[in-house]
Design a protein around this ligand. Structure first.
Ligand code: SF4
Length: 343
């Protein structure tokens, strides 16, 4: 059954933290900018347009849900509850910080049928967390993840490769630790310099150098492979072009790409073909995989030129590719690239 999120973006004006990458406006005495009637209106509007026979979750994104005033949290959740009780909505997902998770909080979320909790982890390297002013250490994340899973919630984890103090090694180690926590899903957001953030000042003062697109592909590629080999669902890589942060002038620097995940797919097949180091490449694939082999902007096609020929065979599994009559599975391809990736 197709899944739909009904997104409700909640600013957290009362957030006491100062994460260097965040442009959340702070307003004393005001917690958020969404009312319960706004929530009702958004849900009703989406229900009019979404197919009846689909899975729908109300998704509270944009802030630290469990960090806002408890009475407001409860009002928001109570607004959604009747839709869940009547079967119109299947659950609630929300994003929060790992240090805003404890048993009391989870008891409340359970009472209101929250199904998925996404933790903005960003890094599991203590130096990177400290330089990014996240305000917690990595052991907090492990404890929060274990607790969330023990309650039976689905666990999502968001990470940000390229934060201050990070290296290819620290970012990969973060991914390894995340994989050990066995989340149900991950989001990977390569760090961008956004206007009105401390990171912007650090960037202009030459205290922080963001990754460029090539560097970020080099960092994200082994991380994506690791998650896929561990059967962890990668639900997002990079910002969606439709997000507010993509408006003109908001992103000051960093590796923004409107189709980041697709650039990694290009790299996966390009690298594998280079590793094989063959004079000619007679490739047979399902037609749905042809664009991945050819690559974005025909990158792989242009690199291999006439050495590469591609035939379609729609009886072939999407998980397989035949090169010079030898069959390779997606898992074999990913494992080989990871082995050859020098960390
Ligand atoms: S990213 Fe950091 S500063 Fe921004 S709202 Fe979340 S916790 Fe607060």
């Amino acid at each position: 059954m197709r899944h739909y999120n009904i997104p409700i973006f909640i600013s957290h004006f009362g957030c006491p933290h100062t994460c260097v990458f965040c442009n959340q406006v702070k307003i004393n005495g005001r917690e958020t900018d969404v009312t319960c009637s706004d929530i009702k209106e958004i849900i009703e509007e989406h229900l009019k347009n979404l197919p009846k026979n689909s899975e729908k979750e109300v998704a509270f994104f944009g802030g630290t849900f469990t960090g806002i005033d408890k009475r407001i949290q409860e009002q928001y959740l109570a607004t959604v509850k009747p839709y869940i009780d009547s079967g119109l909505i299947d659950g609630i997902r929300l994003s929060t910080r790992p240090d805003y998770i404890n048993e009391k909080i989870l008891d409340l979320l359970l009472k209101y049928s929250v199904t998925t909790i996404e933790l903005g982890v960003q890094s599991l390297d203590d130096e990177v967390l400290s330089k990014s002013e996240r305000g917690y250490r990595s052991d907090i994340v492990e404890a929060a993840s274990t607790l969330i899973k023990s309650y039976g919630f689905k666990l999502g984890i968001q990470i940000m490769p390229g934060l201050p103090g990070s290296t290819k090694i620290t970012d990969y180690e973060t991914a390894e630790k995340v994989a050990k926590m066995k989340p149900d899903m991950v989001r990977i957001y390569p760090t961008l310099v956004i206007n009105n953030t401390k990171l912007e000042k650090m960037y202009y003062d030459n205290e922080y150098r963001p990754l460029d697109l090539e560097e970020s592909i080099v960092r994200v590629l082994p991380i994506m492979i690791l998650f896929e080999l561990n059967n962890i669902n990668i639900i997002r890589v990079g910002l969606q072009p439709s997000e507010d942060l993509c408006e003109d002038g908001v992103i000051k620097a960093g590796p923004f790409h409107p189709a980041f995940k697709e650039t990694i797919e290009t790299e996966i097949y390009g690298r594998f073909l280079k590793i094989l180091d063959l004079e000619t490449l007679d490739i047979v694939v399902h037609e749905k995989n042809i664009s991945k082999i050819v690559g974005m902007n025909k990158k792989n096609r242009l690199f291999f030129g006439k050495r590469m020929s591609i035939k379609k065979d729609n009886d072939l599994s999407l998980e397989k590719i035949i090169i010079n009559k030898i069959e390779y599975t997606r898992k074999e391809i990913l494992t080989k690239i990871l082995e050859c990736d020098i960390l």
